[in-house]
Design a protein around this ligand. Structure first.
Ligand code: SME
Length: 155
């Protein structure tokens, strides 16, 4: 029952945040400004541990706008959860970071994680990375709504 209630609340919150994100950012063309405000919006709405972006710069990811503790700056292609999501071109949900081979631990507090690619002109231009201090925070509901928000903001 508790699990069911949490699932309903999460989806309800995404349904509130989605139109807020779209109305706040749909006409803004500066990518970094959009990343900064979207990280702030998601972080404050959900109370995540770390919420932010890594941008594709050449053959690596470089830290972009974020909310939360300081984080590692450079992530190579295919490395960690972020580099894996970039390589796959697909959302990666990690219920327990200790079980993900090659996970990059920017914070020892992080227990679960989701990374969603940001697409522009048919290529991944960045990833959205969200960390939680709880195990198994993220699932397909997060993936579905975060992908939708990113599609509408970074079109
Ligand atoms: N854990 C990520 C690194 C980024 S931090 O979580 C902010 C990874 O494995 O790619």
């Amino acid at each position: 029952m508790y699990f069911y209630d949490v699932m309903i609340d999460k989806e309800a919150l995404y349904k509130e945040v989605l139109p807020q994100a779209v109305s706040l950012l749909e006409d803004e063309t500066d990518e970094v400004a959009c990343m900064a405000n979207l990280a702030a919006l998601l972080h404050s709405a959900f109370g995540f541990w770390w919420t932010g972006f890594y941008r594709v710069v050449g053959d690596e990811l470089v830290l972009g706008p974020f909310q939360g503790p300081v984080a590692c700056i450079h992530i190579p292609y295919g490395r960690g959860v972020c580099g894996t999501a970039w390589q796959r071109g697909a959302t990666v949900v990690v219920p327990d970071v200790e079980q993900f081979p090659g996970h990059i631990a920017c914070s020892s507090e992080s227990r679960s994680e989701i990374v969603v690619p940001v697409w522009r002109d048919g290529r991944v231009c960045a990833v959205l990375d969200i960390d939680s201090r709880e195990l198994a925070t993220f699932d397909e509901i997060d993936g579905k709504y975060l992908e939708t928000i990113l599609e509408k903001v970074f079109k």
